[in-house]
Design a protein around this ligand. Structure first.
Ligand code: ATP
Ligand code: MG
Length: 420
């Protein structure tokens, strides 16, 4: 071990487990790419003001969890704690919304940073794959995104997840509800931090995980009783579309989510095998966000799925993904001449698209065959002086142990045939 370790709250992705992470990112992106989402990549840091305004000054993310810093040049930046504000900023900056083709559908995949108390499923560096549909108000769009996330999880083989669904209302009905909730909350026995929250962001109190708080919330006014007609109709349509698609969900009138920008549809994917870090992904509609960061009115909806927790969910369900072995063919030369010839064959095989590796470092036969087996290869190519003199190499099936001599100049064809 070296003197250095990964910083607190972070971990390295290393083989073989890293292959699962890649496969999860891939699986989540497949339904997105198949539904007209274009790939977007934004910087790992942004002007701190973007998150303060976009995510919300009163959120835990901005007040406690953000890595904010000043550069040598005096710029105030922050490592990105989430993706939506950056993606919307980039879309506005590039005028994607003016192309006359709304919604603008985008997907992303990357690292996010939050200064949190590290525990299983909660890290200071984590990764998300996300999707945003910018500039259209249509319940089918909300439903589409939920259906795509559901499809992604299903394609990974996950079963023990649930979809929680709620509507947060809009700028007509939410303020009325907010005031009613504040009245109710002000009468409760709460600590000072929570009392402050009542004044800044009362809806978040509903989300308090503490038993003592939850007990007092029984009888609290519920947003669904305050939704205006437009929000009610909209929400009903989202629910109907999900039901028609065969995607089961649970109405969760207390689901508020930790970001300020959500309006109307909000949802969370929770997995029952993850203990207290049960949210594997979440999202919702954010009709006011564009204006909050200085853009035009652009009603939008999106989600982000956590890659780390999705991997933990796979483990919890005992699912191992079917990941093809990194190596299909392993070449073992015996002697200098064989080394030269077989190295040439390795290059040829790779150029033909066959995943091939080579016994480097002048290993003896026994050691080289051990490496061949460990590599997960189906086939070994073994050649010594005598084989070369006869113009052949030995093709060994590492599963059956069967060995056949094949012509040197037919290696690529023979290997392909043997691999099926
Ligand atoms: P939580 O309530 O668990 O803190 P969140 O509401 O803050 O989650 P979002 O901001 O909605 O999470 O991010 C979407 C997803 O990203 C989460 O469902 C989760 O899978 C993942 N995620 C968020 N924060 C972390 C973290 N610190 N470590 C690992 N994954 C995370
Ligand atoms: Mg959080």
């Amino acid at each position: 071990m070296s003197t250095f370790q990964a910083p607190k709250g972070t971990y390295d992705l290393i083989p073989p487990n890293s292959a699962t992470y890649l496969a999860v990112r891939e699986a989540i992106s497949v339904p997105l790419r198949n539904s007209s989402h274009g790939y977007i990549e934004t910087p790992g840091f942004e002007n701190v003001e973007l998150f303060a305004r976009g995510v919300g000054e009163s959120t835990d993310i901005v007040t406690k969890e953000m890595y904010a810093f000043e550069t040598k040049g005096g710029d105030k930046l922050a490592l990105r704690p989430e993706g939506t504000a950056s993606v919307l900023r980039a879309a506005l900056e590039a005028n994607l919304h003016k192309g006359g083709n709304l919604p603008v559908k985008l997907w992303y995949s990357g690292s996010y940073y939050r200064y949190e108390r590290p525990q299983k499923g909660r890290y200071r560096h984590f990764s998300q794959v996300g999707a945003e549909a910018i500039g259209a108000e249509d319940p089918a769009l909300d439903a589409e995104l939920i259906i795509l996330a559901h499809q992604a999880y299903r394609s990974l083989g996950l079963r023990d997840f649930r979809i929680l669904l709620n509507s947060l209302g809009d700028k007509e009905c939410r303020p009325v509800y907010r005031a009613a909730l504040q009245d109710f909350l002000r009468g409760l026995q709460l600590d000072e931090d929570t009392r402050r929250r009542i004044e800044i962001n009362p809806l978040r109190v509903l989300d308090d995980k503490r038993e003592a708080v939850q007990e007092q919330l029984i009888g609290a006014p519920m947003l669904r009783d305050y939704l205006c007609e437009a929000c009610k109709t909209y929400h009903e349509q989202v629910r109907e579309l999900l039901t028609a698609a065969g995607v089961a969900f649970e109405d969760d009138p207390k689901l508020v989510r930790g970001l300020d920008y959500y309006t109307r549809t909000t949802f969370e994917f929770v997995h029952d095998g993850l203990g207290s870090q049960s949210a594997v992904g979440g999202g919702g509609r954010y009709d006011g966000l564009s204006e909050m960061i200085g853009g035009p009115a652009l009603p939008s909806v999106g989600w982000a799925l956590g890659v780390d927790r999705t991997v933990l969910a796979l483990e919890a369900e005992g699912i191992t993904l079917d990941i093809p072995a990194a190596t299909a063919v392993y070449a073992v030369p015996l002697g200098e001449e064989a080394r030269r010839v077989l190295f040439g064959k390795v290059t040829e095989l790779r150029r033909a698209g066959v995943a091939t590796d080579f016994a480097y470092g002048g290993k003896g036969l026994k050691n080289a065959m051990k490496s061949a087996n460990r590599s997960g290869a189906r086939l070994a190519l073994v050649a010594g002086e005598r084989d070369l003199a006869e113009g052949v190499v030995q093709l060994k099936d590492l599963v059956s142990g069967e060995q056949t001599a094949i012509a040197l100049d037919a290696v690529v064809d023979e290997v392909r045939r043997a691999l099926g």
